[in-house]
Ligand binder design. Structure first.
Ligand SMILES: [Zn+2]
Length: 146
């Protein structure tokens, strides 16, 4: 995935957000209960960035921590290693970039693109990754995370 794709995706989701904002109130309430914990980022020396509450974030969004770790490492172009409840990047990474990338992961791999709900699961079918929504039942293919 290139940076260009990312921006296109953002524009797409922005458009979706606008469309969703015009939907009835009930759906909006579902979304407002969903608040991903803000990453607590600490720096160790010049080349270590630590997300202290990484496990908490992965649990909140109900995703495999290793999958989230791989995604962040790839998007932020930095190797990483789990360390207990924390995630350590072997690079110095801007806090805002981490927050944005987690947000992007949630938009793409947690939020149902059909109803906007967050009660979803990722299932693997052969080589494909499917985002299955427990609210509306939609099954949306999502790009694999390598
Ligand atoms: Zn849905």
């Amino acid at each position: 995935m290139s940076g260009r794709d990312l921006r296109t995706e953002d524009a797409y989701y922005k458009m979706l957000d606008e469309a969703y904002s015009k939907l009835p109130e009930k759906r909006v309430k579902v979304e407002s209960r969903f608040r991903v914990p803000r990453p607590q980022v600490f720096y160790q020396g010049k080349s270590r960035t630590i997300i202290m509450n990484f496990k908490e974030i992965a649990e909140y969004i109900n995703r495999d921590p290793n999958l989230l770790r791989k995604f962040l490492s790839r998007e932020l172009a930095a190797p990483s290693a789990p360390s207990g409840d924390r995630l350590v990047f072997l690079a110095r990474i801007d806090e805002q970039a981490i927050e944005n990338t987690i947000e992007y992961f949630v938009k793409r791999y947690v939020r149902c693109p059909v109803c906007g709900g967050y009660d979803t699961r990722l299932i693997r079918v052969h080589k494909f990754l499917i985002l299955k929504c427990d609210i509306c039942g939609a099954e949306s293919p999502v790009p694999p995370i390598k």
